[in-house]
Design a protein around this ligand. Structure first.
Ligand SMILES: CC(=O)N[C@H]1[C@@H](OP(=O)(O)OP(=O)(O)OC[C@H]2O[C@@H](n3ccc(=O)[nH]c3=O)[C@H](O)[C@@H]2O)O[C@H](CO)[C@@H](O)[C@@H]1O[C@H](C)C(=O)N[C@@H](C)C(=O)N[C@H](CCC(=O)O)C(=O)O
Ligand SMILES: Nc1ncnc2c1ncn2[C@@H]1O[C@H](COP(=O)(O)OP(=O)(O)OP(=O)(O)O)[C@@H](O)[C@H]1O
Length: 561
């Protein structure tokens, strides 16, 4: 057991080297340009950066102290001062808290504004000059949707690299900028981080960057002040109802990305009613000419373009299984075709690859670039990036995969993808559900597991502060109810800790079977009541396979070293 790693500040360790510096008066003026009223109370220190977290203040920062669910940031102003903050931006409540909590020097800036969440994004853009109009900012791709954001951003990254771009990435697994890779704390970092990262990318001559935009990010205004060149939508299925309450409000949060102030163009996957609705809303907001619809028909592919396809819309046609992956073509209503393949397993990865390819194509600046895109897509390696913990193969006999599926739709689709080729093979699943998050999905995931697997092993995910046993029991209840109703599973086990559950699942497997270890993907620690317990599903799976006398894939063994 190790203490919780202090990840705070990771994204913030990467800042641009060149920042012009500004005064509190300039901050007030920039806010006024955004129709935000602010008052400068005092201060002369020069501001060269900003942060919303006292623990990551750097010399010269503007510390933005806002009220949160647990605390008001102003209670931490003393810590910010000690770390060298130049100024404080807070609301009236924060001012009272700050003045009561510490002595504030006269040259320390104080600015008051009552709409801090709305202020911080545009202000970050000004302080870091992240997206100037001179064409020096990277081409920016945004990806939203319930599932597939990470995978499709890695695919965009891989295609842009093949086009000889220097690339950056911001997402759930890691942030890649300026030759550095740092682990992520959030899918979408806070706006000061996002803007400083984009400015840093500019300095590093990064010419294309793909980032994941979560619904939380849109609700918390983490991407305000950014205008993406092209934004994509994967899908919308049940998740995060603890944050959004209803699917409609979850949808509305995501729809915010497809507005003219945030995105120049959009590619929307329209495989279900949510996608159709998103495309209609985007066309109303951004203009129909800026919105492209993509039909992937859940990866099944069509033999011809669907009748509703407009001249600018795309559809997936001619999908063929090729090894563990697929070769496919996406066709535009005007007859343009892109043929490519991905070796990442599962039909949903065809949808992800189609979306990535179409977004890159639609973002091209001219005909020459479009021709080059067609050429690089023809190489099977282009859309086959290594995406840590996403349908990651650990062995082939049995087929053992570690995947990040942690909501009903992802779990169902991952299970569908691993149906063994031989009718003798069985499917074994190991998974759990996160504590302190959407409780309604637990029995649903149990039911799905029992419907698609022969052996269901329920175990712990991240319990966070919640007791682990009742979480497992809620999943088991869903699985057993499905079995009573005639579902496929013939064994439902409730095992902990997770490493033991993985080992038991592998002990129950034969070489023709498929084992899916779902829910944690790339993660290397399990959060139990605020303490991180080291646990990597890939390591545990490989260890258990070897102990059971199975062979671990060379590719995984190499990565492990
Ligand atoms: C639910 C949620 O998103 N909460 C966000 C919210 O937290 P909060 O309102 O509770 O803030 P708080 O803890 O009361 O603190 C108030 C203020 O004091 C500051 N503070 C706090 C302590 C301290 O020592 N110093 C300090 O400055 C905080 O930075 C904050 O600005 O505002 C904070 C910053 O202002 C965010 O960091 C925080 O995200 C937390 C870390 C989080 O875990 N969010 C997750 C749920 C999230 O955003 N996930 C999405 C989706 C992932 C997915 O799709 O699966 C993501 O994009 O990662
Ligand atoms: N297009 C898709 N449709 C449905 N499921 C998918 C799709 N793409 C990936 N998945 C499944 O969802 C899991 C998460 O995939 P990925 O990390 O790419 O998505 P994400 O949107 O970044 O997820 P999160 O927001 O939870 O980080 C994968 O491990 C896989 O099981």
């Amino acid at each position: 057991m190790t203490e919780k790693k202090n990840l705070v500040g990771n994204a913030q360790t990467l800042r641009p080297a060149q920042v012009a510096g500004c005064t509190p008066a300039q901050v007030v003026q920039w806010l006024a340009e955004q129709d935000l009223t602010a008052r400068e109370l005092q201060g002369t220190r020069v501001i060269t950066g900003l942060t919303m977290d006292s623990r990551e203040v750097q010399e010269g920062d503007l510390y933005v102290a806002l009220g949160g669910a647990k605390a008001h940031g102003a209670s931490f102003v003393e810590a910010a001062l000690k770390l060298g903050a130049s100024a404080l931006l807070t609301d009236a409540e924060g001012l009272e808290i700050a003045q009561a909590s510490t002595d504030i020097p006269d040259d320390f800036g104080i600015i008051i504004c009552e709409d801090l969440r709305r202020a911080v994004g545009p202000l970050s853009a000004c302080i870091y000059n992240s997206q100037p109009d001179d064409g020096s900012a990277p081409r920016l791709f945004a990806m939203t949707g319930t599932n597939g954001k990470t995978t499709s951003t890695y695919m965009i990254n891989s295609i842009m690299k093949a086009l000889d771009h220097t690339t950056g990435l911001i997402g759930t697994i890691e942030i890649l900028a300026g030759g550095q890779a740092i682990p992520s704390k959030l899918t979408t970092p806070e706006s000061p981080h996002v803007h400083s990262l984009i400015a840093l990318m500019r300095e590093q001559n990064i010419t294309a960057a793909a980032m994941e935009v979560s619904s939380h990010a849109l609700d918390y205004r983490r991407v305000d002040g950014i205008r993406y060149d092209i934004s994509g939508f994967t899908n919308l299925t049940q998740d995060h109802l603890d944050q959004h309450g209803t699917m409609q409000s979850y949808f509305e949060s995501k729809a915010e990305l497809f507005t003219p102030q945030r995105s120049r163009r959009a590619v929307i996957t329209v495989d279900d009613e949510w996608g159709e609705k998103m495309a209609r809303g985007a066309a109303d907001a951004m203009g129909a000419e800026n919105v492209v619809r993509l039909t992937t028909a859940h990866g099944a592919g069509l033999t011809a373009l669907p009748a509703h396809c407009g001249a600018g819309d795309w559809a997936l046609v001619d999908v063929a299984r090729h090894g563990i992956g697929h070769t496919f073509t996406v066709q535009r209503g005007d007859g343009t075709m892109l043929t490519t393949s991905t070796q990442l397993p599962a039909d949903f990865n065809v949808s992800n690859a189609a979306l990535a390819a179409v977004m890159v194509y639609e973002s091209a600046s001219d005909g020459a670039e479009r021709e080059l895109i067609k050429k690089v897509l023809a190489d099977p390696a282009t859309v086959t990036p290594v995406v840590p913990g996403r349908m990651q193969l650990i062995s082939t006999a049995p087929t053992a995969l570690v995947d990040f599926a942690h909501n009903p739709d992802a779990l169902k689709r991952a299970l569908e993808a691993i149906e063994p080729a031989s009718s003798e093979g069985k499917i074994i699943i190991v998974f759990g559900a996160t504590g302190e998050r959407d409780q309604t999905k637990r029995p649903i995931m149990g039911e799905i597991a029992a419907s698609y697997a022969d052996i269901v092993v329920v175990t712990d995910d991240d319990p966070h502060g919640e007791a682990a046993a009742p979480i497992r029991e809620a999943i088991v209840a869903g699985a057993l109810a499905a079995v009573e109703g005639g579902a496929r599973a013939r064994q439902v086990l409730n095992l902990e800790p997770r490493s033991h559950a993985i080992a038991e699942a592998i002990n129950l497997a034969g070489p023709a079977d498929s084992i899916l270890i779902a829910g944690r993907g790339h993660e290397v620690a399990q959060d139990v009541a605020g303490t991180d317990i080291e646990l990597d599903d890939r390591v545990e799976t490989a260890k258990a396979l070897e102990e059971a006398g199975f062979v671990v894939l060379e590719a995984y063994s190499t990565e492990r070293k």
